[in-house]
Design a protein. Structure first.
Length: 173
């Protein structure tokens, strides 16, 4: 029975295709209703798109007085594992409070960026960029693990998460 099932699946994958069905090569065409009725382009039916759950996060984009950008390395497991990205916080977090708690300074400027969507196979992530400028802040950055100050002029290659790369490009324009 498994060979029969596999053969039917192979026919569907190679001959009975949606865009260019090869009915003339199909050994089952005489019994095929779609072929008899001239409706081969109606089959196979398109699968309905899966509705992905939505999540939201804020990327905190911190820039110091020398135009360096704060990046942190993601944990090895999970989304963007081991890549560099911006610090994140829940959307309900006040940017000034976040800056005090994690950097020990008050931002000199706060700007809320335009949200954008990044799609994963299993969910949509809405990213809300929050741009913070801080004074002369450099060493001993955060209690959040591996961090660094990234300079656009730096030639140091980093593995960056795709949304972080997108936002860094907009900063350099």
């Amino acid at each position: 029975m498994s060979e029969y099932t596999q053969a039917i699946m192979d026919l569907g994958a190679t001959l009975c295709t949606r865009r260019v069905p090869r009915c003339s090569a199909c050994p089952l065409r005489t019994g095929c209703q779609a072929y008899r009725l001239g409706r081969t382009s109606d089959y196979p039916e398109a699968k309905p798109r899966k509705v992905l759950p939505k999540r939201t996060t804020c990327f905190v984009i911190v820039q110091n007085a020398t135009a360096e950008i704060l990046l942190e390395q993601r944990p090895p497991a999970g989304i963007w594992g081991g890549l560099w990205s911006f610090p994140e916080c829940p959307p309900s977090t006040d940017p000034t409070d976040w800056c005090w708690r994690h950097l020990g300074v008050e931002p000199t400027q706060i700007q809320i960026g335009r949200p954008f969507r990044h799609t994963f196979s299993h969910f949509d992530l809405e990213i809300r960029p929050v741009y913070l400028r801080v004074g002369d802040l450099r060493p001993g950055v955060s209690d959040r693990g591996a961090t660094l100050w990234y300079s656009k002029a730096s030639s140091r290659p980093l593995g960056l998460a795709a949304p972080a790369m997108k936002l860094l490009k907009t900063l350099s324009q």
